[in-house]
Design a protein around this ligand. Structure first.
Ligand code: SAM
Ligand code: GLN
Length: 222
C-alpha cells in the first residue's frame, strides 16, 4: 500500500483522525499493541471492515460486526437503479434480509415519508442493523423483525426489496478466500441453482403486495 493508504488504515484502526500522525508521530504502548493485534487480523485475511467495524455504503457510515454480510458496491448501484426506475413514491417498503440495514437506511433517506419493515433471520444482523438505524435516528420509520423472509408480517407494501443470498452452492468454493473464511455463508448461499430464496420471496410475498407494487431483487449475473 502507499504511504497515504497506510495512514488511512492506521488511523481507522486506532479510530483517530489521519492528521494526528502529522502532529504527533509516536504512538503510546497500548495503541501500539492494539494496532499490532489488528494488523495480525488483516494479515490473516480478515476484511478491513470487520477489523475496523465500520464501512461506507453510499453516503452512510455504518457499523458492522463479524458474522454480518458486508454491503457491496453492486448494491449501491441497485439502489441507484431503484431510484431511477420506480416512478411512484413508496409509502410502505419491505426489505428482506437487511444485514447491516444498508438498503433500508438508504431508502429511508431517499423517501423521507416511507415506513419500512426490515427482516433478517440472523440475530447478529438484527443487532447490527438496530445500532445503525438508531445512529441515523430512524427507529420510528424502520421496524426490524427477526424472522424467515416475511414470516409474521401482516401489512401490505408497494415496494418489496431484497438482496438475498444468491450464489449457487456449487460456486461458493470459488469465492475469494476472505469471503469464504470470514463472511456468513447464510448470507450468500443461494442453494443449488442460486434462486432458492428468489423463488421463496416471490411466493411468500405475493399476498403482501399492493396493486401496482414492485418487487426488486438483486440477483446473480448468471
Ligand atoms: N441487505 C444487506 C446488504 O445488501 O448488504 C444484506 C444482504 S446479504 C446478501 C443477505 C441477508 O439475508 C443476510 O443478512 C442473511 O442473514 C439474510 N438471510 C438469509 N436467509 C434468510 C431468511 N430465510 N430470511 C431472512 N433473511 C435471511
Ligand atoms: N455479491 C456477493 C458476493 O460477491 C454475493 C451477494 C449475495 O449472495 N447476495 O459475495
Amino acid at each position: 500500500v502507499s504511504r497515504g493508504e497506510a495512514e488511512l488504515i492506521v488511523a481507522s484502526l486506532l479510530e483517530k483522525p489521519r492528521f494526528e500522525f502529522y502532529l504527533n508521530d509516536s504512538i503510546d504502548q497500548e495503541s501500539r499493541q492494539l494496532l499490532r493485534a489488528k494488523l495480525m487480523q488483516l494479515k490473516k485475511g480478515m476484511p478491513l471492515e470487520y477489523v475496523t467495524k465500520r464501512l461506507h455504503f453510499m453516503d452512510y457510515s455504518l457499523r458492522i460486526y463479524p458474522g454480518v454480510f458486508i454491503p457491496r458496491f453492486e448494491t449501491e448501484y441497485f439502489i441507484e437503479l431503484i431510484e431511477k426506475l420506480i416512478d411512484f413514491v413508496p409509502e410502505q417498503i419491505l426489505d428482506i434480509g437487511t444485514g447491516t440495514g444498508a438498503i433500508s437506511i438508504a431508502l429511508a433517506h431517499l423517501y423521507p415519508d416511507v415506513h419500512i419493515i426490515a427482516t433478517d433471520i440472523s440475530d447478529k444482523a438484527i443487532r447490527c442493523a438496530q445500532e445503525n438505524i438508531k445512529e441515523y435516528g430512524l427507529t420510528d420509520r424502520i421496524h426490524l423483525l427477526q424472522c424467515s423472509i416475511c414470516n409474521g408480517v401482516n401489512t401490505r407494501f408497494d415496494l418489496i426489496i431484497s438482496n438475498p443470498p444468491y450464489i449457487p452452492s456449487s460456486r461458493l468454493h470459488s469465492l475469494p478466500k476472505s469471503v469464504r473464511d470470514f463472511e456468513p455463508m447464510l448470507a450468500i448461499d443461494g442453494g443449488q441453482d442460486g434462486v432458492q430464496f428468489i423463488k421463496l420471496i416471490i411466493q411468500q410475498t405475493a399476498a403482501y403486495q399492493n396493486p401496482g407494487g414492485v418487487i426488486a431483487l438483486e440477483i446473480d449475473e448468471d
